[in-house]
Design a protein around this ligand. Structure first.
Ligand code: FPP
Length: 253
């Protein structure tokens, strides 16, 4: 039986043969389906989020192992404040717990713990932990994990426009300077490549205000698996499918 399972595992790994020299530079994930995962098990929603953290742990490790440079995880949107305060609070607690419990392991694996979004509106402990985690890992050379928190694509674009207007008043920029590169520099993801691959589990097929500017030419990959059930083999499948797509960026081959 053990032999049989081992054989099956090897066959599965062989089937999904991703090309390690062509992995996407930037993978972004909408971590959806935690609530449904919990509901199916008659558990409180918070347990679904907790199980989702286990998936984060495995996925970050795998992205790092594969040499992916950026991994953006949509953890809390500007719209998620509409959820009951009990759920919001439990997510914030989970975030602090995650940063404290996982710091050593992430740091020893060379991960940069970065964030995108307006974290000044998060509880002070969350903001402090995020800033401190970034400060202590910013010189690492492994995967940059962007935790998208109080993040919304529209809010990000509004902030960028406000900053551009301010800089034009200060004489730092004129309308002639504005092009796609300049706009990108005013976003939270400044100096990062746009996501090559955006993954959304749980069966939903929408972008939900995630990386609106940056996703112009991203490849999308959907699956019915809820986030807590998402495993490195699903990540491999997504990357394999991505590698078999024909990206033309509006041109022709
Ligand atoms: C969406 O699933 C998930 C979220 C809004 C939160 C994602 C958060 C985590 C995975 C854990 C906390 C993050 C960190 C970084 C520690 P949903 O709750 O909308 O699921 P549903 O659509 O099934 O209800």
């Amino acid at each position: 039986m053990i032999f049989f399972n081992k054989k099956k595992k090897i066959e599965k790994e062989q089937k999904i043969n991703i090309d390690r020299s062509r992995v996407p530079q930037h993978v972004a994930i909408i971590m959806d389906g935690n609530g449904r995962w919990a509901k199916e098990r008659n558990l409180p929603r918070a347990m679904g989020h907790k199980a989702g953290v286990e998936t984060i742990r495995e996925v970050v490790k795998e992205c790092n192992r594969l040499g992916i440079k950026y991994l953006t995880l949509y953890a809390f949107s500007t719209e998620n404040w509409k959820r009951p305060s009990e759920e919001v609070n439990s997510l914030m607690r989970l975030l602090v717990e995650y940063l404290r419990n996982e710091f050593e392991e992430l740091n020893s694996n060379n991960v940069v713990i970065n964030h995108i979004g307006d974290i000044s509106k998060l509880p002070k402990t969350c903001e402090d932990e995020l800033i401190s985690a970034y400060e202590r890992t910013k010189n690492n050379t492994g995967v940059v994990m962007n935790l998208a928190l109080n993040y919304g694509g529209r809010a990000e674009i509004i902030t960028a426009i406000k900053n551009i207007v301010d800089d034009s008043k200060n004489g730092k920029i004129t309308s002639k300077d504005i092009d796609e590169q300049i706009i990108s520099k005013y976003l939270f993801t400044a100096n990062m490549p746009d996501p090559d691959l955006i993954i959304r589990p749980s069966g939903e097929q929408r972008i939900s205000n995630f990386l609106l500017w940056q996703c112009a030419y991203s490849e999308f990959w959907y699956s019915n698996i809820n986030w807590p059930d998402f495993k490195p083999e699903h990540l491999h499948r997504a990357i394999y499918d991505y590698q078999n797509r024909d990206r033309r960026f509006g041109g022709i081959k």
